[in-house]
Write a protein that binds this ligand. Structure first.
Ligand SMILES: C[S@@+](CC[C@H](N)C(=O)[O-])C[C@H]1O[C@@H](n2cnc3c(N)ncnc32)[C@H](O)[C@@H]1O
Length: 511
């Protein structure tokens, strides 16, 4: 490590501390830990060889990559960095004044290259699309199309444009290396980026970090490193998909032929060799239909507790038990207490009513008063309520015996994507996915012993396998849609339910 690195790290921490979390979010200002920058540089050195090289960093911050570069490759020929924010630009320029590093105080998207570089390494700002102004978005989309022929989705984060538009700064044959969120590999907007990596350049490697790679902060858990060469895609060589550990020492690696990969498929499943996603037919959807819980149109109004019920005198005809948010459910079993209520600390009810106003006014004045309270709060004007008649009537749903929080985060006390056995009559809102047995298994699963075994088996499905079927977001967050959960390989249920015909036979024979 260079001596100056200690000074740079201190400077980074000081500058970060002067900004709020929100400011840093909007500008995508989260710096790379030095050990990671060093790991990346060591890997790149093994790729580039010993020849002298020079570095371009399009969003340099305080220059952590340059620091690791100079230590790994030697000071070398003149490097260049761009930084838009004077808060980082000025102290950073001062820090590196005695090194052959030029830092330009510019916006990467308007800066023009006066030369091309053999090496680009970047941790671009992870600014989400809703923080990118409309005009800038349109300009970046037009530029991407014009320079690379790629049509970028309007939902793309700023980092996608950084990667695609850096091409003009890279020498032919040069290496480009990007520390970016993994989510592009799974979400729809990422398709254009995947297409670019497969068709416009020679993709060499993607390394994905894992939750237990403790050397990295949580914000980087769902990041990956993408490495490619500015060259025609090489159909002879294979792309390396490595997972966990570090770039220099991954936990495991897979080599996959370029022709076997498509931009339309999810790529996070490619890192594992536990199973072949495309060919697995023993999936959870064979046994269960998965639906999202109720979209109320305003939980503040439609989810009520006893004090609100008492305050307005809401009639119990219009109340159904409902599970509280998953964060209030510590174990994986919800017992039933009296009246079908769940034995949770928070006792909540769903308010839903489909009677006409005149009947309510006359026969249920307390309930009507509560509806008037909702009107005064503007609830009927919301997107969901304004499309419903009457606006205070929620969808009808049956309680499900097995429910799954639709969002998961690694590293929390609870298992990510846990299957909760709901013994109560409580419904759920859309923060849960609900598992309803397919008709041929309904009878079998109405037996509490079978249900218990199936629930236990579901909780033995490795969380990683489930997470792979969903979507990766920043900060280690994963989300799951009903159809994604139904596509999860679930061989664990096979022994218990013994294939689709078993349930049918049992139902027919009346067992
Ligand atoms: C994720 S940080 C990375 C900083 C540094 N490269 C590192 O890895 O620690 C991204 C940096 O890009 C800067 N940035 C944001 N938008 C930019 C733009 N349009 N042009 C140049 N720099 C930009 C931010 O101010 C921030 O310093």
């Amino acid at each position: 490590m260079l001596e100056i690195e200690t000074e740079r790290k201190k400077l980074q921490e000081h500058l970060d501390s002067l900004k709020s979390q929100r400011e840093r979010n909007v500008m995508g200002q989260f710096s790379t830990p030095y050990p990671l920058a060093e790991d990346i540089m060591r890997y790149l050195k093994s790729l580039v060889g010993t020849e002298e090289t020079s570095l371009f960093e399009p969003s340099i911050g305080t220059g952590v990559f340059y620091s690791a570069f100079a230590d790994t490759f030697g000071i070398g020929s003149k490097a260049l960095g761009i930084e838009i924010d004077s808060h980082y630009y000025a102290p950073s320029s001062d820090l590196w004044r005695n090194y052959p590093l030029e830092i330009r105080h510019e916006d990467f998207f308007t800066a023009r290259p006066d030369r091309q570089f053999p090496l680009i390494v970047a941790n671009p700002p992870y600014v989400r699309h809703h923080h990118i102004g409309k005009e800038l978005k349109q300009r970046l989309q037009a530029l991407s199309l014009q320079r690379t022929g790629v049509i970028m989705s309007g939902l793309s984060g700023l980092y996608c444009y950084f990667l695609i538009l850096s091409e003009v700064w890279l020498q032919p044959g040069g290496i480009s290396c990007w520390l970016i969120p993994s989510e592009f590999m799974d979400v729809n907007y990422g398709k254009a980026l995947k297409q670019y990596l497969l068709e416009n350049v020679d993709l060499i490697r993607i390394h994905r970090f894992q939750a237990d790679d403790l050397q990295f902060s949580d914000a980087l858990v769902s990041s990956c490193v993408v490495v490619f060469r500015k060259a025609e895609p090489n159909r002879e060589t294979e792309i390396v998909f490595s997972l966990g550990g570090s770039l220099c020492k991954p936990t495991r690696s897979k080599h996959i032929k370029r022709d076997e990969i498509h931009a339309a498929q999810k790529w996070t499943g490619l890192f594992d060799d536990e199973f072949q996603e495309e060919t697995c037919t023993d999936i959870l959807g064979n046994y269960f239909t998965v639906k999202r819980g109720i979209v109320t149109g305003g939980n503040d109004f439609f989810i009520v507790d006893q004090s609100t019920i008492d305050k307005y005198g809401i009639d119990k005809l219009f109340l159904r038990p409902i599970l509280p948010s998953p964060r209030y459910i510590s174990g994986n079993v919800v017992e039933e207490v009296k009246g079908g209520m769940p034995d949770t600390e928070q006792q909540c009810f769903l308010f839903s009513c489909n009677l006409q106003e005149n009947i309510l006014k006359k026969s249920y004045p307390g309930t009507w008063e509560y509806i008037c309270h909702g009107i005064s709060q503007g609830v009927p004007k919301g997107y969901v309520c304004s499309r419903r008649t009457p606006w205070y009537s929620c969808e009808d749903r049956l309680p499900a015996s097995i429910v799954v929080p639709y969002m998961g985060r690694s590293g929390t006390g609870n298992r990510m994507f846990r299957f909760i056995l709901n013994k109560s009559k409580a419904l759920t809102t859309n923060v849960y996915l609900l598992l309803y047995p397919k008709p041929q298994y309904e009878k079998l699963l109405s037996d509490q012993d079978v249900l218990l075994q199936v629930w236990k088996a579901l909780n033995t499905i490795p969380p990683d396998r489930i997470a792979r079927g969903g979507r990766f977001y920043g900060g280690g967050l994963r989300k799951m849609e009903p159809n994604e959960l139904m596509s999860i390989p679930a061989g664990e249920l096979n022994n218990l339910l013994r294939g689709p015909s078993y349930g049918v036979q049992l139902s027919i024979s009346g067992v």
